[in-house]
Write a protein that binds this ligand. Sequence first.
Ligand code: PMP
Ligand code: GLN
Length: 379
Amino acid sequence: LASRLPAVGTTVFTRMSMLAAQAEAVNLGQGFPDFPCERSLLDAVTDAMQADCNQYPPMTGVPALRQAVAAKIATLYGQQYDANDITITAGATQGLTTAILCCVHPGDEVIVIEPVYDSYVPAITLAGGIAVCVQMEMRAGGYTVPWAKVAAAVTSRTRLIVINTPHNPTGSILRGSDMHALSDLVRGTDILVLSDEVYEHMVFDGQRHESVCRHPELAARAFVVSSFGKTYHVTGWKVGYVAAPPALMAEFRKVHQYNVFSVNTPMQHGIADYMADPQPYLQLPAFYQRKRDLFRNGLAGTRFELLPADGTYFQCVRYDKISAQTEAEFAEWLTTEIKVAAIPVSAFYQQGNESGIVRFCFAKQDATLALALARLATI
Ligand code: PMP
Ligand code: GLN
């Protein structure tokens, strides 16, 4: 069979989690919490199942959940979406893929920023599009998007620009100036924006999440994607959403109704009930900032060099004082010999790239972080 995705193998997350299990390593590779979600969220979902909310929901999602999402976006970011501008998806992954499939035609170019989350480029390829990569650059020790280079990558065939803030894997965030640069770049064109905001509630040090929803000019041409898996510590539930203005959402739903039709019913009802209380997501920055600081403080005495970590639950570190290995080799060595799994940042580049940087996930119990830190301190 001629492959539609010849360049694609098994994802780095699956490979590193398998290696971590084999090596009995602490798994700080693949991003997921090792602690349970809140009991009341489980109760809300269980109640929905017991109440027999177990048949197909509407194709677009349970209305109460779409209303809760629209209300949250209005409160936090000041953008008014109708509940009908929201579609519930099978995780952010399906939302991202469906958004790409609904607007990218064969031969269209899509600008992505490297390091790039692994699902975007395969989706662009399946649509027949061409991914045009622009690499982030190091300024003042942190990753930034060079907007002049993004502007230079725009051609008459550019259909879509994909952004991700807070950013996986770097932990960097876009700021107001970035959003203004993006607005300037797309103004007067028909370029659309796909904004992956799955870590929207994990921004630290009192900084704010710069959602495209805060920028009406961008929101008018954007698909905004988020994930309840990240926000509520339930990555295995695979429930997320996409918000977009009516004309874009109409096209999104044409694809959505045939690649998934609808997303499991009881979780949608349970999450809708649970969302009535904003505290769980309002408390998330403090919750993860404490873990970030615990992890950073632990690493401060080692030969790892910490990169800034403004958002997400990832911490990137430079290891060039420890080893000259490639990132993939170093991540494997860490996993098998030191018994702490990490992800090589090179896996987020299409053509490979070696910066001597690996990513750790700190969405772990304090005891897990302490064990990992004790092992990392031996290097
Ligand atoms: N986008 C980014 C940047 C992510 O890190 C992830 C999860 N690792 C996803 C999308 C996918 O989210 P979900 O699990 O809800 O499909
Ligand atoms: N997004 C998660 C990460 O970056 C992994 C998701 C997956 O395994 N596909 O670690």
